[in-house]
Design a protein around this ligand. Structure first.
Ligand code: 2NL
Length: 368
């Protein structure tokens, strides 16, 4: 500004700088006396306010502030007014600085407290005990069955649950018009695949892959179009067993099943084989074992008969061996199938098999 030019009214300029500050500072002024916990401020909003306050300070006291240009005027006002003008400017600057510092200190104290509160850990609180999972009752029974057969030299095989006609029916000597193929008995996909209705499918795959001789069990999920009730579920678990070698006879079947029930239900358990029919075995037999509860005298578990059904069994039909390219003149075998969930239901005296698949922890916890 050239020498002697009008400075305007320096005092007015100083007052205008003060006014501008006061106006913007109004929303922070209430914090000067301290921010109480009841202020309703959250940590986030306090942090935002603190940032805005810091910007406000720069705007009103920084190099480009109105106050800075007012300060430059001090040396240029008439000497007789200089002292009082200088005082005024100092006073305004002090007001601004004090206001900002007090509000800032209060906000920072609040922020500090809020952060500490947020991060506080009460080390004297008892720990939250994680809920321990446990094995499903069906798995419990399946693993016991697997252990017994593994100890007898059997391998455990698993495979897909959706099958072609060949694996679910044809290879098992179930021809085209057999009632087992009824869509009312089995689930089909829209492309004509079937949900496996027995785990024999696994054994067909295994014989194709491994050849014979073979000793294996195939535990797994199977599907039937049954209306659910206390003893039926459209999805259930089964174990099938298969032993194919040279010279295998019905005696091996009976010996193996007998050994199995001895280990599963106790050495006093007796077995009973009743002639039956399955397309994939010939001859075929239903297997019963003497009731583990009453020992055969008759009770509620065995419905008074003294016997419990274990499942079906028989000598592998030659057509099944031929279907997987095994010479039925050289090799013979036995096979059996039993229901895991039915066994599970009996062993734990469940009055409804569907309980096993409802995933109600109040039920499942009891097997912990
Ligand atoms: C039942 C009991 C049975 C088989 C399953 C089988 C498997 C092959 C060959 C021959 Cl690969 N048989 N399994 C045998 C007899 C009974 O299941 O009640 N099924 C309807």
């Amino acid at each position: 500004m050239p020498e002697g030019a009008s400075l305007g009214d320096p005092k007015l300029k100083a007052e205008s700088a003060r006014k501008a500050f006061e106006q913007e500072f109004e929303r922070f002024a209430r914090f000067r006396a301290g921010v109480s916990a009841e202020s309703g401020l959250t940590l986030n909003s306090a942090e935002a306010l603190e940032r805005e306050l810091s910007e406000l300070r720069t705007r009103h006291t920084g190099k480009k502030s109105e106050l800075a240009s007012v300060k430059k005027l001090i040396g240029r006002v008439a000497p007789e007014e200089r002292a009082s003008f200088g005082q005024l400017v100092q006073q305004i600057e002090a007001e601004i600085t004090r206001g900002v510092e007090e509000a800032e200190a209060a906000l920072l104290a609040f922020i500090n407290d809020a952060r500490r509160e947020r991060e506080r850990i009460d080390v004297t609180l008892p720990g939250r005990r994680p809920r321990r999972g446990h094995i499903h009752p069906v798995t419990l029974v399946r693993e016991r069955i697997e252990d017994i057969f593994v100890s007898l030299g059997y391998i455990v095989e698993d495979d897909r649950e959706i099958e072609t006609d060949f694996y679910n029916f044809t290879a098992l000597n179930i021809p085209e018009n057999h009632p087992a193929r009824d869509p009312l008995d089995t689930f089909y996909t829209t492309t004509g695949l079937a949900l496996r209705s027995q785990t024999s499918t696994v054994q067909i795959h295994a014989m194709q892959r491994r050849g014979v001789p073979v000793r294996m069990i195939a535990p797994g999920r199977v599907f039937r179009r049954d209306t659910p009730d206390a003893t039926h579920n459209p999805m259930f678990f089964q174990v099938e067993g298969l032993c194919v070698d040279r010279g295998i006879t019905m005696a091996h079947l009976k010996g193996t099943i007998t050994e199995f029930v001895h280990r599963m239900f106790g050495p006093e358990t007796r077995t009973r084989f009743r002639p039956s029919y399955f397309p994939f075995t010939e001859p075929s037999a239903e297997v019963d074992y003497s009731c583990f509860k009453c020992g055969g005298r008759g009770c509620r578990i065995c419905k008074g008969s003294g016997w419990i059904e274990l499942g079906g069994s028989g000598m592998v039909h030659p057509n099944v061996l031929s279907a997987v390219g095994v010479d039925a003149e050289e090799f013979t075998g036995f096979a059996f199938g039993l229901g895991i969930d039915r066994m599970c239901g009996l062993m734990y005296s469940l009055d409804d098999i569907r309980l096993l698949f409802e995933n109600d922890v109040r039920f499942l916890e009891q097997f912990n």
